[in-house]
Design a protein around this ligand. Sequence first.
Ligand code: AMP
Ligand code: ZN
Length: 470
Amino acid sequence: MPLKLYNTLTRKKEVFKPSKKDKIGIYGCGPTVYWYQHIGNMRRYIFEDILIRTLLFNQYKIKHIINITDVGHLTSDADEGEDKMVKAIKREGLPLTKDSMLKIAKKYEKVFKEDLEKLNILKPDAWPHATEYVKEMIELIKIMEKKGFAYETKSAVYFDVSKFKDYGKLARLKLEGLKAGARVKIDEEKRNPQDFVLWFKRIGKHANHLMQWDSPWGKGFPGWHIECSAMSIKYLGEQFDIHTGGIDHISVHHTNEIAQTESATEKSPWVKFWVHSNHLTLKEGKMSKSGENILILSDLEKKGFTPMEFRYLCFGTHYRKKLVFDMKKMEASQQTYQRLKNIISEIKDDKEINKKYLKEFERVMDDDLNTPQALQVLWKLIRDDKAKGKLQTIKKMDRIFGLKLLEKKKIKIPKEVQKLVDEREKVRKDRDWKKADDLRDKIRKLGFIVEDTGKGIKIGEINNEKTMSQ
Ligand code: AMP
Ligand code: ZN
C-alpha cells in the first residue's frame, strides 16, 4: 500500500508522491526559544518524528529542517504585543540587553534539544536560527516590494494580502468575510486588516527593540513569518514536498508563509503536502505557554515517568485527534509500556520475520500514520502464541515506533535492597525459609521483587512482577 497522508491544503488523505526521487524536503516550524517547550509541543515533535521514520521506513531519502525562532515572534501571532524574547528577559530578571536575549535563547534551545533526545526523536539535518538568516529575509522582502506585494509605512513593511489572489487558501479563509477588527486590530497604517508585518522599523513601541539590523527601510527586525519562507528556500529550494506544524499555525503563520513565498517566487504550490498535528490539552483546556498550566517533560520525570512512557502515550491517539492528557492516562501508559518491554525481553529470537504482521503494521502506518492501530497490531503479534518471528518483527516495527522496545532495562538497585537480597541469600543457604520469606516481604515493600531462577537470583521492580513470575 502506498503511503497516504492527510493534506490540509486539499482536506483529503492523498497518496504521497514526492516531486523529486532523490530527496524529499521537509520543513517543520520549530520552537520560539523564550520558555520551556511543554509536553503539548513535544507531542507535535513526536508526530513529526513518526512521519520522518515512516518516510525512512519507506526507503525515501529526506532532507529535514526544523527552525529555531529567536527573534520577531510577538506575543500574538498577529503582530501584536511584546516580543516573546523580551518578555522572557523581564520574567527572568535579566538586564534588557542583547546578551540577555542570546542567553535566554541558548538556555531554552538546549533544554528543548535535550528533551527531544530523551524522547528518541531523530535529529533534523539542520536547525537554522532566525537571527542567522536576516540577510536572506531582507532579500525576500525586497523582491515582494518590487513585485508590488509589499508596502512601506511609517512603522513597518507590510504584506498586502489583497494583491495575492490565493491568500487564505490553506485555511480556506475568505478575505471579504474577514471584517476589520475580527481577527486583527484595526491599524490605520494598513491597507487591509489582514496585512501582516514583514519588517518592523525601529520606531514607536519597537524603538528600543534589542535586536536591530540595517535594512533598506532603516534599522529594524523581521516579522515572525518571513523567517520560515527565507530559511526553507535556503535549505530546500523554492518548492518542496512537506511542511509540518501544529494546527494553530494554519490560519495565520502558515497562511502568511504561503503568501510570502508564492508571491516572491511566483511558483505554486510552494509546498505539496501540509501536515498538521492536533493539540495536547488538559481537561481545563489547551496547554499553552502564555497560560500557567504547562507541564514539561522533566515534570513527568520528577513524578517517576520515563520519556518513553510519554512517547507511548502519544501513540494511543491519532495525530489528527486532540489528546486530552491526565495523570491517570500517564500511569496507565507507564504500566502498559513496562509490561510490553518485559514480555519482549522474554521472547526468544528465532531470526525470522513474521511477514503477515509486518505487512499489517506497514498498512496501518502508511494509512496516514495510524499509530493507535499500529500498537494494536504489535499487541496482537505479542499475544499470538503460534506466531513465528516475533522478535525480529518487533525490532522492525520499532524503527518507526522508536520506543526502545528491545533495549534492556537497566534496573538501579538501591543499596538497602541489595543488602537485604544478600542477607536473604545467606539465610537461604542455611535453609531458614521463614527468614528468607520475611526478607522477601521487606524487599517487596521497598518496591522490588526477588526471584530464584535456576540460573541464580533475579531482581525486578514491582511493576514488572507480573511478567517476571510468569
Ligand atoms: P511555539 O514554540 O509556541 O511556536 O510552539 C512550537 C510548536 O508546538 C508549534 O508547531 C505549535 O503548533 C505546537 N504547539 C503549541 N501548543 C501545542 C499544544 N498544546 N499541543 C500540541 N502542539 C502544540
Ligand atoms: Zn514557520
